[in-house]
Design a protein around this ligand. Structure first.
Ligand code: 3HC
Ligand code: NAI
Length: 694
């Protein structure tokens, strides 16, 4: 149960909101807070009030779990709390620490002054949940920092530092040292000085740069994602500059309610909680304490190894980088440096930081030089023989208890673990996505033998590396790539049946992906999957439909962007995909040779044909317990494959469409096309009128 306490420190009352873990404004908090405020105002014992969050000091805003549930009758809410603060006869000073977000910042802005510890982050992240701020953020923030900065904070949703907030006038002081004591001292001094304690609502808005809102609207219209929330936010901030405060507030309230009820917001809130639920892994309890990881080693300095080494260096963890080929090691290091320098050129890190990060990466030439690492990740060629040879060397060289991980995309990590049985409890997969230093998804591949502590350690490490870790069981392609296969297959069949790459890509980007499957394949390089197909060609079932066009492109040396041609052609130096008549001719010829008569196919069929296989395969993955929950699958697809988060991931999307509708289409496709047998779990969920199992 949340508690709100009032403690007297001389003539200053300190009100602490204690609602672990993040002091959200859940039911009960506003009522208790209003009661404490009334007590503090009663009589003449106090001159002023300091308001803060308990525990870590974070105030995360409204309780997101309670959105969509009826607010208990008669129970005060966040807005009532804000009204009470503004009505307080004694000045209220918000003392902020950790993160002060959403409704937390809205409450702070209603106070008479705001002070913060230096590391505090302040923001209005509501847009990431699909709605504008709903408790005065769009009205008070522009009055404090100006409309331009307010718009930026509200539209990108990212928090700013306390230092920045002070420079912009959002807070009145940055306080070093023990925050409660410093805030009480600040309150005493401010009261002695007579303020100023002017409420933000009473301030006039500062002049607005010409064309600010028009430009913002034009940009919002181009933006991927929940445009309604962005446009509503712009309207509300504009209202802060044109309407009296209370009218602006009313406008914000109705925009907030409208967007909160939208499918976009529902999906984004699902993604928020699914990501956090993914951190809770069955069989990995509180007793599985993560082991300390102070150093790392990466084997293979190619595309992935280099990126993985950067992840460690970025997180401040020293890492040794080893490659069998000295020239590849030098190339890998040069690429890493180039990447850091490009980041510095964009102003995101300093030149000194480039050197600091490079300094954490030590190139080494032998396995005997990596034995001290707490975790070793291999990212060598995707061949079982090469991987097992590397693991044998790790067995011989790694210190006892070191975690040994494979970045394999498809290989059986149980089989790899079995080659070094004495260490099998420490072996698992860490499947990073390319570019590894950028993509947030980390599939943690749980072998049969990995101990709960090994898993807990890698999950904790993933978060330190700023990743979203999701545990997958062992199967071909794990969660993400296994699902991708059906998607790509259908996209290629659609070509033979009547589409062109640009039509398929357009339908998929229209759905919300940043790229369609063909532009994506050109970017990743067609040769990688070609090599895989060739190595598996002997095992291919001849009765299964197979589209040869991707192979034909590769036979012509069309590997995608890197060769200037793939599914599209590219002008020299450009990454813009251009429709290529030569590809169309190949598609038409392929269809003819297979006796397929091409027809017009609309975007709706394209979307269903490409995306329903994700749902069907996702259902199989769920039934096999490769993924522990439907939300884990959604987390993989949103963070690793750019599934539009405002659609919630494939499993959430299917639930919102209605599983009976999805099953009906899958069943209809199964009558015409190869590979559409409905997943038993999907059939059962529909028969029983249930959702995905939880
Ligand atoms: N409501 C309910 N639960 C919340 C919450 C919130 N606002 N914010 C975090 N939580 C929960 C998480 O679900 C998680 O729960 P779990 O332990 O059961 O999984 C727990 O708090 C800890 O969260 P994190 O794992 O994310 O902890 P971190 O320390 O990594 O991050 C944080 C803390 C920066 C506060 C981060 O949780 C966060 O960004 N929270 C969301 C903040 C936000 O979006 N606020 C706006 C809310 S909407 C609003 O205020 C509307 C208003 O305008 C009217
Ligand atoms: P790459 O070919 O770019 O790099 C592999 C590196 O490993 C080369 O530098 C090579 O010299 C080195 N190497 C090979 N054998 C070695 C050995 N025995 N000892 C030490 N070094 C050795 O390959 P890439 O793309 O980085 O892939 C590496 C692994 O990551 C593969 O398992 C791949 O499936 C996986 N992966 C690749 C992704 C991608 O998009 N490229 C995405 C996710 C996983």
């Amino acid at each position: 149960m949340p508690t709100v306490t009032l403690e007297r420190q001389g003539r200053i009352g300190v009100i602490v909101i204690d609602n672990p873990p993040v002091n959200a404004m859940s039911w009960g908090v506003p009522g208790a807070m209003i009661a404490r405020l009334a007590e503090a105002n009663a009589g003449g014992a106090l001159d002023g009030i300091v308001l803060m969050g308990g525990g870590s000091g974070v105030i995360a805003g409204a309780d997101i779990r309670q959105f969509g549930q009826p607010w208990p009758a008669g129970e005060p809410n966040l807005r009532d709390m804000i009204t009470a603060v503004e009505a307080s006869a004694k000045p209220v000073i918000a003392a902020l620490k950790g993160s002060c977000l959403g409704g937390g910042l809205e409450l702070a802005m209603a106070c008479h002054q705001r002070v913060a510890a230096p590391k505090t982050m302040l923001g209005q992240p509501e847009i990431k949940l699909g709605f504008p701020p709903g408790a005065g953020g769009t009205q008070r923030l522009p009055r404090l920092v100006g409309a331009e900065r307010a718009l930026k904070m509200i539209l990108d949703g990212n928090p700013i530092s306390a230092i920045q907030a002070f420079e912009w006038g959002l807070i009145d002081a940055v306080l070093e040292g023990d925050l409660p004591a410093a805030a009480v001292a600040h309150a005493r001094a401010a009261i002695a000085a007579g303020g100023p304690f002017r409420l933000v609502r009473d301030r006039a808005s500062s002049p607005v740069p010409h064309g600010l809102f028009e430009t913002a609207r034009a940009e919002a219209a181009k933006r991927r994602g929940p445009q309604a929330a962005a446009l509503a936010s712009i309207d509300c901030v504009e209202a802060a500059t044109t309407l009296p405060f209370d009218q602006g507030l009313a406008k914000e309230r109705s925009a907030f309610e409208h967007c909160l009820a939208s499918e976009d917001s529902r999906a984004l809130r699902h993604v928020f909680f699914a990501e956090r639920a993914a951190a809770k892994v069955p069989g990995v309890g509180e007793d599985a304490k993560p082991q300390a990881i102070a150093s790392a080693a990466v084997i293979g300095s190619g595309t992935m190894g280099g990126g993985i080494a950067m992840c460690f260096a970025d997180a401040g963890i020293p890492v040794r980088l080893l490659d069998a080929d000295p020239a590849a090691l030098q190339r890998g290091l040069a690429t890493i440096r180039r990447n850091y320098e490009a980041t510095a050129a964009k102003g995101r890190i300093s030149a000194a930081e480039v050197e600091a990060r490079m300094g954490r990466i030590t190139p080494v030439s032998g396995f005997d030089q990596i034995g001290g690492a707490d975790i070793i990740i291999e990212a060598v060629f995707e061949e079982m023989a090469v991987k097992t040879e590397v693991f044998a060397k790790l067995d011989a060289n790694a210190k006892p208890g070191a975690i040994l991980a494979s970045n394999t995309s498809y290989l059986n990590v149980d089989a790899i673990a079995a080659t070094i049985p004495a260490r099998a409890g420490f072996v698992l997969g860490t499947h990073f996505f390319s570019p590894a230093n950028v993509m947030r998804l980390l599939e943690v591949v749980r072998t049969k033998t990995a101990s709960p502590q090994t898993l807990a350690s890698v999950l904790a490490l993933g978060r330190r590396l700023n990743k979203v870790p999701v545990v997958s069981g062992v199967c071909y392609g794990f969660i993400g790539n296994r699902m991708l296969e059906g998607y790509v297959r259908q996209a290629e069949f659609l070509l033979e049946e009547g589409c062109l790459p640009q039509q398929v890509d357009k339908a998929i980007t229209g759905f919300g992906f940043p790229m369609g499957p063909f532009a994506m394949a050109d970017m990743a390089g067609l040769d990688i999957s070609w090599r895989k197909r060739k190595s598996q060609s002997a095992a291919r079932d001849p009765r299964r439909r197979y589209s040869p066009i991707a192979d034909q492109l590769c036979e012509q040396g069309r590997f995608g962007q890197k060769t200037g041609a793939g599914w599209y052609r590219y002008d020299k130096g450009s990454r813009t995909p251009l429709a290529d008549p030569a590809v169309e001719a190949m598609i038409v010829a392929s269809a003819r040779s297979q006796g397929i008569s091409r027809r017009d196919i609309g975007p709706e069929e394209i979307t269903e044909r490409c995306l329903y296989p994700l749902v069907n395969e996702g259902a199989r993955i769920l039934e096999e317990r490769i993924a522990a929950r439907a939300g884990d699958i959604d987390t993989v697809w949103v963070n690793g494959y750019a599934f539009p988060p405002w659609k919630g991931g494939p499993m959430h999307w299917a639930s919102r469409l209605g599983l009976p509708k999805v099953l009906a289409s899958i069943t209809a496709f199964a009558k015409i096309h190869d590979g559409w047998d409905p997943a038993p779990l999907l059939v059962r969920a529909v028969q029983r009128n249930e959702g995905w199992p939880s």
